[in-house]
Design a protein around this ligand. Sequence first.
Ligand code: PEP
Length: 243
Amino acid sequence: MGKFVVANWKMNKTIKEARAFIDEFNAKLPKKCKNWCICAPFTCVFAVFEGLKGAGAVGVQNIYPQEKGAFTGEVSPQMALDAGATWAIIGHSERRNLMGETDEFLAKKVKFALESGLKVIFCVGEKLEEHCRLKTVLKAELKALKGIDLSGVVIAYEPIWAIGTGRVASIEDIKRAHLAIIETIEKQNGVTPVVLYGGSVKSSNAGEIMALDEVGGVLVGGASLNADEFVKLIEIGGKYESK
Ligand code: PEP
């Protein structure tokens, strides 16, 4: 089926731009490529869902852990599902750091998203100054997931210093971080997680990253905004067996 290649468009693309991307993407994506997902801004989710011809998935980049009510500006998992999303990114470092989302609040979101029927891409990763105590930081971020059934959850390792900077973690660091995540989740939750790498991935560096056994795929920001580049990444992921 190939490794899982996920686009995180962040706060980019109008509906018109999303439709233009999808037209090009549909035309270029080989039919056999199935293990991918596009996490679009809320305003574009339905247009992406409606336009996609391939067998991948659509996701959102955040949810609020309530079905409905007086939560101005928020979107529930039920609304995301209604618009065609089946995945939600939760815990992206931009939400942790810019919106002040805590480990406890993120765990609530994960639980509610899963109960509502969404699958989750849960992000963890260290700041540059925390790199020397990588394992401790990852363990602390993952602790919030204790007691949650993680069968519908993929973890994304995203070193914050590698996001949108052009700096990619070394192969050794990626292996070390992914093994630490796998070990922690196995001990804590009793399942072996799929772990994606994210941080300045593009088609020129994705091959050696996705060749690693410990890497179940990639979460891609900047490079996923270009349909041609995103198709290349999915094709690279397709060369490797997913677990
Ligand atoms: C991201 O935002 O999840 C990300 C990995 O971004 P970029 O690929 O641009 O570093």
